[in-house]
Design a protein around this ligand. Structure first.
Ligand SMILES: [Zn+2]
Length: 163
């Protein structure tokens, strides 16, 4: 299911468990995807991309908010995209986008603020929901600080990893 978030940003959500996928096109023409959902949702993802008239091979940049399986399984769909995650996110150059490291749900979680849109991965959800921090890869002692960081940002629209 496609939700148009703004003129620039579309959200794709799916019938089976898996992350949402966000798409936007930058003023310079680059196409950006944030997170990729699961293999079980691959057909739906491809259908939604087709409806949005996006050739997956034309996506330039893929950003992963963290490396959980339910966010990364379709990374291969975007065969020509440069992939950014916690390890190399400092190399990402998108005008108007700020990156925040927010360990807690996982050690490698990041969030992205683009204009007034906050892509919060699995750290912060709608309705003040927060991500699990009882996983092997969690850093529960850092979650409160990360949540305070994100809640303090100047955003209007929350774009979480799951809705
Ligand atoms: Zn996760």
């Amino acid at each position: 299911m496609i939700n148009i978030i703004s003129d620039e940003i579309s959200q794709m959500c799916f019938s089976q468990f898996g992350s949402c996928v966000y798409y936007f096109k930058l003023a310079d023409g680059r196409k950006v995807i944030i997170d990729t959902s699961t293999k079980k949702n691959k057909e739906e993802l491809l259908e939604d991309l087709d409806k949005l008239k996006i050739d997956p091979a034309s996506v330039d940049t893929l950003i992963l908010t963290h490396t959980h399986w339910d966010h990364v399984e379709n990374a291969g769909v975007f065969s020509n995209a440069e992939i950014f995650n916690n390890e190399n996110i400092d190399d990402l150059e998108i005008e108007g986008m700020k990156v925040f490291r927010c360990p807690g749900h996982t050690f490698d979680s990041i969030a992205l603020l683009y204009k007034k849109f906050l892509f919060s991965g699995d750290t912060l959800f709608h309705g003040s929901g927060i991500g699990r921090r009882d996983l092997e890869e969690s850093e529960p002692e850092k979650m409160d600080e990360s949540l305070a960081l994100l809640r303090g940002l100047d955003y209007d629209v929350l774009c979480p990893g799951h809705v």
